[in-house]
Design a protein around this ligand. Structure first.
Ligand code: T5A
Length: 209
């Protein structure tokens, strides 16, 4: 059976990833594809427990190495139990954040050298990389305003604006350096306009997976 397509969605806080991922799922299912939607950190029972440790406030100030290794611990479990099995049975895997988020947040945001992340990436993933990564881009203030309306901030959402500017810069840099894999989507538009562009991108990939 053909391997499925591995699609990740990335971007800063409140970029609309979760909103668009639901539309992406519906679009692909209508096109007759089998889809596994999932997210990081999380996506497995163990991963969701790790997510609670990472996003909650019980361990405010955890060491950067701890934070990074927990992201990859959740990711290793996710790859083994969900992502690889789904791809192997021909599913499209739609993942709300993946390793680009580690480069952006722990690398750009917190200053961990990218080479360290690359070592963990190679170890946990082997040669597996997303086929397509959509980077939802919008001004930092706008994304924070969107998530601010939701109420209590998680451990990352409490960071200062400069932290999110560095994250945005890493995403844009990675996307521009590898245009074959990444698509930058202007997320500073109404939901339906973003959706239309995303569906056009996906339409171009239906032939490939
Ligand atoms: N993280 C994650 C790391 O540090 N390293 C890693 O390796 C990984 C994998 C995850 C956190 O973990 C960090 C990054 C994150 O800080 P999360 O709660 O999953 O935490 O955070 P996000 O992925 O940022 O999820 P959010 O829900 O905050 O943002 P989304 O999914 O981008 O946005 P969404 O769709 O929920 O929309 C937010 C709000 O905006 C509205 C929606 O209705 C909603 O109210 N909205 C729009 N409003 C106007 N116009 C549009 N086009 C809109 N689209 C959505």
């Amino acid at each position: 059976m053909a391997s499925g397509c591995f699609v990740t969605v990335e971007g800063g806080e409140g970029a609309g990833k979760t909103t668009q991922l639901a539309f992406m799922r519906a679009y692909l299912e209508q096109a007759g594809r089998r889809v596994t939607p999932t997210r990081e950190p999380g996506g497995t029972p163990l991963g969701e427990e790790i997510r609670a440790l990472l996003l909650g406030h019980r361990h405010d100030g955890m060491a950067l190495a701890t934070e990074t290794l927990l992201m990859f611990a959740a990711r290793a479990e996710h790859l083994e139990r969900v992502i690889r099995p789904a791809l192997a049975t021909g599913h499209w895997v739609l993942c709300d954040r993946f390793t680009d988020a580690t480069y952006a947040y722990q690398g750009g945001g917190r200053g961990l050298p990218a080479q360290r992340i690359a070592i963990l990436e190679d170890w946990a993933q082997g040669t597996l990389r997303p086929d397509l990564t959509l980077v939802f881009d919008l001004p930092v203030e706008m994304g924070l305003e969107r998530v601010g309306r939701r109420g209590a901030a998680d451990r990352f959402e409490r960071e200062e604006k400069a932290f999110f500017e560095r994250i945005r810069a890493v995403y844009l840099d990675r996307a521009r350096r590898h245009p074959d894999r990444y698509r930058i989507v202007n997320a500073d538009r109404p939901v339906e306009a973003v959706r239309a562009e995303v569906e056009t991108i996906l339409a171009g990939w239906l032939e490939r997976c």
